[in-house]
Design a binder for this molecule. Sequence first.
Ligand SMILES: [Zn+2]
Ligand SMILES: [Zn+2]
Length: 88
Amino acid sequence: MTKERLDIHGPRCGWRPQAEDRRECTPSCGTAWNTFRTRGVCPGCGVKWPGTQCLECQRFSPHEAWYHYPRDVEENGIGREEGLTQRA
Ligand SMILES: [Zn+2]
Ligand SMILES: [Zn+2]
């Protein structure tokens, strides 16, 4: 059990990768694997892919941008500020 739930979704469109989604390491070694299980590292040749393509909108984003932590949202005050404005 972890307090902070890591959420993985596309930074551009919000699409959530499925467990069965596979990326291919081409043209390097041709391994197909779930890149979110290894944080973008190919298990075949050990190459870390800096960017990950969204299978939904086909756009590339930095791999780390796919990971969203609840704490980030809290610290940025997203949503909280809106509520205060409405009350005042
Ligand atoms: Zn590879
Ligand atoms: Zn997308």
